[in-house]
Design a protein around this ligand. Sequence first.
Ligand code: C5P
Length: 214
Amino acid sequence: MSKKLNILITAGPTQEPLDPVRYLTNASSGKMGYALAHAAITLGHRVTLVSGPVSLKPPNKAKFIPVQTALQMRTQVMRHFAKQDVVMMVAAVADYRPKHFSKQKIKKTRSSFTLKLVRNPDILKEICSKKRKNQIIVGFAAETEKFLQNAKQKLHSKKCDWIILNDVSQKGIGFNSDKNKITLLNQKGVFLHLGPSAKKNLASIILQKIIRSC
Ligand code: C5P
């Protein structure tokens, strides 16, 4: 290894509480983010892992920061961002959170009710707007349709260095699976297609390709 890098990785879902026992979330298992954290440690880098609630064990050598909500994830990413060489935003951050949190459990007295949601901040977009020239920022795009079109749109709108496109339309790959099928894109276009393959294998290939550009 030529240079020991500081790498921050976000992983897992976020949970957006609506009362003390309920929250909105998604099906992210955290497996891809944790595989990247393990691979980065194996390659000798310093890893900060900011993780939503998952049932995985973080690597012993990582600085582990557990969070629940998107707002907490944003606070932690912002706190550690300046000293990172590489940031990999693998977490499936909830786009919306309930506008109001009920301190008491919501009772089923009404036959229906409307839940008002507000937008969460886009953490990836925010750090891309603040990044230094020598920082590399990687976003993930989990898509179910118009794969390349949506990934290219995200790359340009968020202005990140890399987007890793994830096909989550098929069973057995993507969300909550040990395998993944991905495409690496950078500002020049499609760079590489990989998989379907184990997330562990993909993680070390992704890291080596991206670190080469540091
Ligand atoms: O949700 P979306 O498809 O836009 O996610 C693409 C990328 O943006 C992912 O890397 C995800 O971690 C990041 N993201 C974020 N903050 C959000 C939503 C997504 O950092 N509120």
